[in-house]
Design a protein around this ligand. Structure first.
Ligand code: PLP
Length: 354
């Protein structure tokens, strides 16, 4: 039996305030218009001009030689690890990494790597932690090939890796001859929050991808960037996994639109997240982590509640939140406005204290 995500309880009204995830954004009318007008071709055959435009733009933005369009962020991680590593190799990552938690065991099933989980607050680790993870190179030890980081760290609380720390952990990895990979599902949130240009943020990483279906608000697609050789090899895995597409320019057009219109506005999502955290802190019993980007995590145990109960009560009021790692996660995005945040605070207070 495979468990599906929880459905709203019977009798719940439609969701009005959707703090469940930034993946639930709907394409705007202007984005749909850009998709409608997209010039397209056979992407698999290398003939889709809009996909080429997106990949060229992303390679330039990330300061890498080349890029490849893939249907999802998960496929970016799988393709990147298949390209960097062989079966039995080891990837060093944080213990809360998406590749460990949320990819359905893809790396055991397809890539055949083992993942060494590192500890550390906020989904991050230090250069010393990486040094401590280096194994002796003997016939007994798994060959270590890749260091993986998440910017922002999702289960870590949407925290932003400081640039110096990203560079420091990458330097240890490169010193050992490992490659470095960044899961940049919410990379633009990190860049906007820190005021760092994407190509500076990812300069120490051999591969990096950006998801267009999180705060950027596109219906599907993610772009993986790296050297020309790396992307050439990634194309074979894309083809093998069935990730090569046809008139994918319709989706690439949405991604280009998002780059033009939905990046700077992420600052509004971060301000809304801070306002939500401020309001929630006024509610007795809640322990609220200070958000750095668009994810607000809070613990409801001190308010005499548990996550599913709060979710059920809020669902009856048309509010959706998610549960992650025993905490509630509320996520701001382009379909969440400042008045909705004020309303959500009141509804959460009422759901907890009647
Ligand atoms: C969402 C997410 C992914 C996977 O992206 P999909 O497009 O949902 O496959 C990977 N890593 C992190 C940190 C994410 O938040």
């Amino acid at each position: 039996m495979v468990h599906a995500p929880a459905r709203p309880p019977a009798g719940a009204p439609p969701v009005r305030i959707n703090l469940y995830s930034d993946t639930q954004t709907r394409p705007t009318a202007a984005m749909k218009d850009a998709m409608f007008r997209a010039e397209v071709g056979d992407e698999q055959h290398g003939d889709d001009p809009t996909v080429h435009a997106l990949c060229d733009r992303m390679a330039a933005l990330m300061g890498k030689e080349a890029a490849i369009f893939l249907p999802s962020g998960t496929m970016c991680n799988v393709v990147a690890i298949l390209t960097h590593c062989g079966k039995g190799d080891e990837v060093v990552a944080h213990e809360t990494a998406h590749i460990l938690f949320s990819e359905g065991g893809a790396h055991a099933a397809f890539t055949g790597v083992q993942i060494m989980p590192l500890k550390g607050a906020g989904g991050m680790f230090t250069a010393d932690d990486v040094r401590a993870a280096i194994r002796p190179k003997t016939r007994y030890t798994p060959p270590q090939r890749l260091l993986e980081v998440e910017q922002t760290a999702n289960i870590g609380g949407g925290k932003v890796w400081p640039l110096a720390q990203l560079n420091a952990v990458a330097a240890v990895a490169h010193g050992e001859g490992w490659a470095t990979h960044m899961d940049g599902a919410r990379l633009m949130n990190a860049c906007v929050a820190a005021g760092v240009a994407p190509k500076d943020m990812v300069a120490s990483y051999d591969s990096v991808w950006l998801d267009f279906t999180k705060g950027l608000g596109a219906p599907l697609g993610a772009v993986l960037c790296g050297s020309s050789d790396f992307i050439g090899a990634a194309w074979r895995w894309k083809q093998r996994l069935g990730g090569s597409m046809r008139q994918a320019g319709i989706c690439a057009a949405a991604c280009l639109h998002a780059l033009d219109h939905h990046v700077d506005r992420l600052a509004e999502d971060h301000a809304n997240a801070k306002a939500l955290a401020r309001g929630l802190r006024q509610i007795e019993g809640l322990v609220v982590e200070e958000p750095e980007t668009n994810l607000v995590f809070f613990d409801v145990k001190g308010a005499g509640c548990d996550v599913p109960t709060l979710q059920r009560r809020l669902a009856m009021q048309g509010v959706a939140v998610s549960g992650l790692g025993g905490r509630v996660r509320a996520c701001t995005h382009l379909d969440v406005t400042a008045p909705m945040i004020e309303e959500a605070i009141g509804l959460i207070r009422a759901a907890l204290h009647g």
